[in-house]
Design a protein around this ligand. Structure first.
Ligand code: SF4
Ligand code: SF4
Length: 509
């Protein structure tokens, strides 16, 4: 098959997004299989179609640096597009492409990886949608279909802008597997780091083209955008520059009534945000966000529509979700149910007298609020102890009054619980083993949400019942200190949510 090849050069985020939409629309009307190369200037932070900007991007930082923020028409997680990166896209009618949509990731991923080989880079395609070099991500991919046509795209990291990426994005730590490499920096590489030089744009385009030729048997014919495509991009541009598009998914103002459940798996991270009116017992709206990719993105909105302005009834909602996912096919039922179950657990806390905001700051491990719960241990995170405290990395606390952990220890002992300090991830696992040996099956603890989400599986697999209280201020993941935290070397001080800890201790009495 012969594809026309176009290079639209460096453009703004809005222009590139408008071009994606325009090319896809034209393709569904007049088939014209296309390979497009693209780049961004100024740098752009792009959320996936289903993501909320405020959850994914450090807006203030981007605005200060003049980085543009926009929303892709494809799913997946937020990305930072610096001007050195090169993006590639294949846009074609589904019927003309020799592979079914579900094979697209692997065949195109393998083709681009092969192409990088021509530059001397040993790249491999890694499920679901990455290309890696020695275990480090160098390219991510995503796709969308529209009226019989598809757009499949990927990016290639060229120069080392990784620090800026970390500062601009709220790092999606849920993507990293437990026990795997712990910092995002360690998970990412770029052409410059691999080759020790920066190839020209033509060299990079040649490499990608070559991979596609060799693996997919495609041929290319250089061309330009047609006048019709240019016209359509210009007419779509104001919409893609508008807040209506960029902030089309945002979490509602009335956070008081918002309950959030998160479930992480190989499919991606699913966040279910349910706006519940606790007074009338109604589910007013459901927003399903996250970094997952699905073929038919509209189906998520169909599901959201079914979960709007209905009684907040667990049995009925779960059965609606089950029926919908079975009918739709291709979506992981267990993961969606996991995220919804967490929402109902938050709701149980509301029923037990906690506010929705407090409920969102409680994470339940192998435990349903309202069930019998007799914890014997309280696990404090070392990061809440004063930075210079001589007991920061020990279980002890002399209650010297220099930080709130002392008061936490006092309350815990008064409630009949043994206070312990968790000094690293390994120490947490050791504590679990020790508790099991001593026949202790239930505990309370405190940690940041990022840590809990990242280690959800280990918490679950411990088979201990736990209740974790979120900590108050920015976490080491936000500050790119995850590796240090893992080893117990994070130096900042976080704050315990003392009000909520007191309420929880009062509740279990
Ligand atoms: S209250 Fe405890 S943890 Fe805080 S500084 Fe004093 S001894 Fe250290
Ligand atoms: S991950 Fe960092 S901020 Fe979160 S609990 Fe651990 S040390 Fe504290």
């Amino acid at each position: 098959m012969v594809l026309r090849e176009i290079d639209t050069g460096h453009r703004t985020g809005a222009w590139n997004m408008a071009a994606d939409q325009a090319l896809l629309e034209v393709q569904s009307e007049k088939p014209m299989p296309t390979l497009r190369f693209l780049s961004f200037s100024p740098p752009a932070c792009l959320v996936g179609y289903f993501q909320a900007v405020e959850q994914e991007i450090r807006r203030e930082y981007c605005e200060k640096k003049g980085y543009h923020i926009n929303r892709r028409i494809t799913g997946g997680g937020a990305i930072f597009f610096d001007p050195s990166q090169i993006g590639w896209e294949i846009i074609a009618p589904v019927s003309m492409f020799p592979y079914p949509p579900q094979k697209m990731y692997s065949v195109i991923g393998e083709a681009v990886a092969r192409g990088l080989g021509t530059l001397g880079i040993k790249a491999v395609f890694k499920k679901r949608n990455d290309i890696e070099v020695g275990g480090r991500k160098i390219s991510g991919m995503g796709g969308v279909s529209y009226r019989g046509a598809f757009l499949f795209q990927g990016t290639l990291l060229v120069q080392d802008w990784i620090q800026e990426m970390l500062y601009s994005l709220k790092v999606p730590i849920e993507k990293l597997k437990p026990k795997e490499i712990d910092s995002v920096r360690e998970r990412v590489t770029c052409i410059e780091n691999e080759l020790g030089r920066i190839p020209t744009r033509e060299e990079l385009k040649n490499a990608i083209r070559k991979g596609l030729e060799e693996v997919l048997g495609l041929e290319f014919r250089p061309e330009k955008l047609t006048p019709e495509e240019k016209k359509r991009i210009e007419s779509l541009l104001p919409y893609f520059e508008s807040e209506e598009w960029i902030y089309r998914i945002s979490l509602p103002e009335e956070l008081q009534g918002l309950l959030t459940g998160t479930y992480r798996s190989s499919f991606g991270t699913i966040k279910v945000n349910a706006v519940v009116n606790a007074r009338t017992n109604m589910l007013r709206a459901t927003y399903i966000t996250g970094d997952f990719f699905i073929e038919n993105r509209e189906s998520i909105f169909d599901l959201e529509r079914l979960l709007k302005n209905i009684p907040f009834n667990e049995r009925k909602i779960i059965s609606t979700v089950e029926k919908f996912i079975k009918k739709e096919g291709g979506l992981p039922l267990e993961d969606f149910l996991g995220a919804f179950t967490e929402v109902f657990n938050k709701w149980r806390w509301v029923k037990e007298g906690f506010t929705p905001d407090e409920a969102n700051n409680l994470f339940n491990v192998n435990f349903r609020p309202g069930d019998k719960f007799t914890p014997e241990v309280f696990l404090f995170p070392y990061c809440a102890k004063k930075a210079k405290c001589p007991f920061r990395h020990q279980d002890e606390c002399t209650i010297c009054g220099d930080c709130e952990v002392g008061e936490g220890y006092e309350w815990t002992e008064e409630a009949g619980l043994e206070p312990r300090t968790v000094t690293s991830f390994e120490d947490l696992l050791d504590n679990f083993e020790d508790m099991k040996k001593k026949g202790i099956n239930e505990y309370i603890g405190s940690c940041c949400e990022a840590f809990y989400v990242k280690h959800q599986e280990e918490f679950r697999e411990s088979r201990l019942k736990g209740l974790l209280v979120n900590i108050e201020n920015s976490t080491c993941y936000d500050l790119d200190k995850a590796t240090l935290a893992y080893r117990g070397l994070f130096e900042n001080k976080t704050d315990l949510n003392m009000k909520l800890i007191k309420k929880v201790l009062g509740y279990i009495k």
